[in-house]
Design a protein around this ligand. Structure first.
Ligand code: PBG
Length: 380
């Protein structure tokens, strides 16, 4: 130990310690490290706390890890259509519209093999079945209902979530019915959403998930389910669903984007009248208070990655489980950056999912469910 350039700020404790180090016989043989040429020779800083001690080895880092991903928390969103073949979704590389006949069961089997045992089903309704009222939503023989039944018959322990909203079924591409002056009709829509929910429960659904953002729908659906004897069917409410640009690829997948209006039938060009303003924070607490009082079992935040503060707000304001939806646009961004070689896909995806969980999400809906489950199994 040579001469230390003495810092004017060296404390008494530091000076004592330095003296001790200088006096001690350091065994040169066990000191395998070689100093970087040019590194300054300085006394140890006088720090009572050194956080790096808790990051010093893989074992220690694993022991102190606060958030651990498990496929048990994943919900895999799947798209289903009537055709015989799976159809790749252009804006969501790696995701398909699954063939009801030939692709659905195979894909869910793969998810289960990876440890993912929860799915949410989104049907692609043929244009000829779409109407202004979207009544196909509660056709007992509709694609959604048949898909739910097929899944539950094939895998009784699979947890099947559904989507409740009219947008895939309605000619105008809105979650609610649109009056000719462009008004989204709240209470009339809720009336049909209740029928949709009951038809899904009858088909065997475990969890009904209203994504429509109409006022009062959670309470009304709870009542409708209970009246029909479905007291064990749960509700996952899209509590804080924002009017987000990140839903673009999903609307491509289902061809469910709002349609252009006309002189005699005005159609709002976006969903800002019912989905929340991305600028708003306090409003999520208002929605959460209502949904909890109306009987929601799980409350969702959507999208996830850009709304971590909202996930945390809900987590801290309720004892209910919180879910977060890593939506289509979040998936597509990660895919595109990975394909371009800008990001390491595995690391970036697992980091995005850790962040969502760390923010307070118990459950995460993600198109990466199968890949992430496999990555987790392979170990970090
Ligand atoms: C339908 C619904 C949407 C999503 C889930 N349910 C689209 C929308 O609200 O326009 C989006 C999911 C995604 O982007 O992955 N109400």
């Amino acid at each position: 130990m040579g001469d230390y350039p003495l810092s004017a700020r060296e404390s008494a404790r530091g000076r004592e310690r330095r003296a001790r180090v200088e006096k001690s016989e350091i065994d040169k043989d066990v000191c395998v490290c070689v100093m970087v040429v040019g590194a300054p020779v300085v006394p140890p800083q006088d720090l009572p706390s050194r956080p790096r001690r808790n990051r010093r080895s893989p074992t220690v880092r694993k022991a102190f890890r606060e958030t651990i991903l498990t496929p048990d928390n994943f919900i895999y969103p799947i798209f289903v259509h009537e055709g015989d073949e799976n159809i790749p979704i252009g804006s969501m590389p790696g995701q398909d519209r699954l063939s009801f006949k030939n692709g659905l069961i195979k894909q869910v089997r793969e998810a289960r093999a990876a440890g993912v045992n929860q799915v949410v089903v989104f049907p692609k309704t043929p244009d000829n079945l779409k109407t202004a009222c979207g009544k196909e939503a509660f056709n007992p023989n509709g694609l959604a209902q048949r898909s739910i039944s097929l899944l539950k018959d094939t895998f009784p322990d699979l947890e099947v979530y559904t989507d409740v909203a009219l947008d895939p079924y309605n000619t105008m591409g809105h979650d609610g019915m649109v009056r000719s002056d462009g008004v989204i009709m709240n209470d009339e829509t809720v009336y049909y959403l209740c029928q949709q929910a009951v038809s899904q429960a009858r088909a065997g659904a475990d969890v009904i998930s209203p994504s429509d953002m109409m006022d009062g729908r959670v309470g009304a659906i709870r009542q409708a389910l209970d009246d029909e004897g479905f007291t064990n069917v749960a509700i996952m409410s899209y509590t804080a669903k924002y009017n987000s640009a990140y839903y673009g690829p999903f609307r491509d997948a289902l061809a469910s984007a709002p349609r252009p209006g006309s002189e005699d039938w005005k159609i709002p060009k976006d969903k800002a009248e019912y989905q929340m303003d991305p600028a708003n924070y306090r409003e999520c607490l208002r929605e959460a208070a209502l949904d909890e009082a109306e009987g929601a079992d799980i409350m969702m935040v959507k999208p996830a990655g850009a709304y971590l503060d909202i996930i945390r707000a809900l987590r801290d304001s309720t004892t209910l489980p919180i879910s977060a939806y890593q939506v289509s646009g979040e998936y597509s961004m990660l895919k595109a950056a990975a394909a371009a070689g800008y990001l390491n896909e595995r690391d970036a995806v697992l980091e995005s999912l850790i962040a969502i969980k760390r923010a307070g999400a118990d459950l995460t809906l993600t198109y990466y469910a199968i890949d992430a489950a496999k990555w987790i199994q392979e170990g970090n």
